[in-house]
Design a protein around this ligand. Sequence first.
Ligand code: NAI
Length: 385
Amino acid sequence: MKVGVIGCGTMGSGIAQIASTSSCAVKVYDVNAEALEKSKIKLDKILARLIEKGRIDLGEKNRIESNISYVNDLADLSDSDLVIEAIVENKDIKKKVFAELESLVSDNCILASNTSSLSITSIAAACKKPERFIGIHFFNPAPLMKLVEIIPAIQTSPDCTQRSLEIIQSWGKQTVLAKDTPGFIVNKVARPFYSEALRIFEEGITKQNPPEAFATIDWAMTELGGFRMGPSTLMDFIGNDINYTVTETVWKSFYYDPKYKPAFTQKRLSEAGYHGRKSGRGYYQYGENAVKAEANKDDCLGQEIVDRIIIMLINEAADTLHFNIASMEDIDKAMTTGVNYPKGLFKWADEIGIDECVSRMDTLYEYYHEDRYRCCPLLRDMSKK
Ligand code: NAI
């Protein structure tokens, strides 16, 4: 199978590696010749490290590398069966690239975008044959993360969706189907993980100053909640600026639904250039002289924090099901394989008890009287059954 990849930054390079490992003939195109060279060198280093770790041998490294060619002309992708675009997150530029690409490839070629936040439908509209256009959303780092969200546009044909699912599954990935709505599954359902943690901080619930307050929330979510990383640690890892932009985009895209309103704390840190690990400072300080922030390991306080963030995540998962964005199975699969949640949110809801979930949401709403804390009607319906 012939696969074209457009854009070879973080995501395109990873996608090319996955496809070539699965024996596809991959052509990678980028407007920037330097980026092509960098991508080639990066792949060589990654594969050399895999040899060191004993995961692959030299023959496998050579095979993977020989499956990829780096091209300077979009027209070189003309014989592709599938083209995945991973260029800059700009709708107009993406539309322009697909309009040009469509005139080069065969009618059978699947055109896909790896966009995280743009409407698949709106990019498809730039194509003459939008029925063969689809969202194929990988997670970073693409070769390691098991999940891929498949997002048909409203124009996408069932055949294109089916073929896309089969191809991505044949690459060893777990797929979930998502409706073309902002954030798809993972970036929508995960919002409260960050925003409720920040709200808890802003309300001073831990009775500490930063960064100790962040450390307490992170401790609660990892030690008591079972998450691999706490919200502040994870935002610092992703990049606080990037995480802020995703939050703001989801909020605006849902017509300013107060549920998704970004926290000022995150905005201010982002404005200050405190982007996390990459800038040496975010919610925490990094580097040689950084002092570790000590958490208040009070179990009672910790459980209060965990319960509040988890119930908001469960409510968001229920909302995602309520609006038929994805199936219950796919929502749980997406959160466990896409962001490594310790368990699916519906499974969690069952363990807590649906009646108890509704009661916790109602308690929050009664206290705050904010739309942010409205209980999803589907969750309420589920509790009646
Ligand atoms: P990046 O900035 O690392 O790489 C983008 C590449 O596209 C650059 O090499 C650039 O030279 C190239 N490019 C820009 N305009 C081009 C054009 N007109 N034609 C050909 N090449 C062009 O970006 P990254 O992070 O890899 O993101 C790419 C896409 O993947 C975006 O749509 C982003 O939203 C999405 N995405 C990013 C994730 C991440 O964690 N970085 C996760 C999932 C999706």
